[in-house]
Design a protein around this ligand. Structure first.
Ligand code: UDP
Ligand code: MG
Length: 167
């Protein structure tokens, strides 16, 4: 009986926000678009083996940006950050896969360009922390908050990779 309950619980959990159904929010920031890095950035997540389930180009409203960076509202750079993020279009994406949040966050590299490693996106393309090309959710909880802020439910897609057996 306990086994059955645990199996049901594991199944519900699995189809929610963990396992192969885990999702993260990634955005190429306005400087990434200006610097023509969109294709390169998408390529990295795609070739890693994650599944693209949402994608759009938009100029983010200030209200969305303020909400998105709510945790940083007390920081001296907050207004400048909102201004920079709203200065041009961003490419907003949702990627899905096992441990996608942690893995993608690692693929971004550290905020400080002086310490982010070569091979990471910021490590390869940034010299300035305030112009760091890409955003990624830093935890499953952040992803759960950020995805509905940027995407309506009908803009996200469930589909099967024909190669899923191999990745
Ligand atoms: N940021 C900034 N100056 C700082 C710290 C952060 O302009 O001193 C910006 C930068 O664009 C960064 C974003 O605020 O990506 C969010 O900061 P966080 O510390 O959450 O870094 P991230 O999660 O992006 O690595
Ligand atoms: Mg962060």
């Amino acid at each position: 009986m306990i086994c059955l309950v645990l199996t049901i619980f594991a199944h519900i959990f699995q189809t929610g926000w963990t396992g192969a159904k885990e999702r993260t929010f990634i955005a190429v920031k306005p400087d990434g678009i200006q610097r023509r890095l969109v294709g390169e950035i998408i390529c990295r997540f795609e070739q890693k083996g994650f599944k693209l389930v949402g994608l759009k180009l938009l100029q983010a409203p200030e209200s969305v940006l303020r909400e998105h960076y709510w945790d940083l509202r007390g920081k001296p750079f907050f207004n400048g950050l909102v201004c920079y993020m709203g200065s041009g279009p961003v490419v907003a994406m949702v990627w899905q896969g096992v441990d996608v949040v942690k893995t993608c966050f690692g693929m971004l590299g550290e905020m400080n360009p002086a310490v982010c490693l070569p091979g990471t996106i910021r490590g390869d393309y940034c010299v300035e922390g305030g112009r760091n090309v890409i955003h990624g959710s830093d935890s499953v909880e952040s992803a759960q908050r950020e995805i509905p802020l940027w995407f309506r439910r009908h803009e996200l897609h469930s589909w099967d990779h024909s190669s899923s057996r191999w990745i």
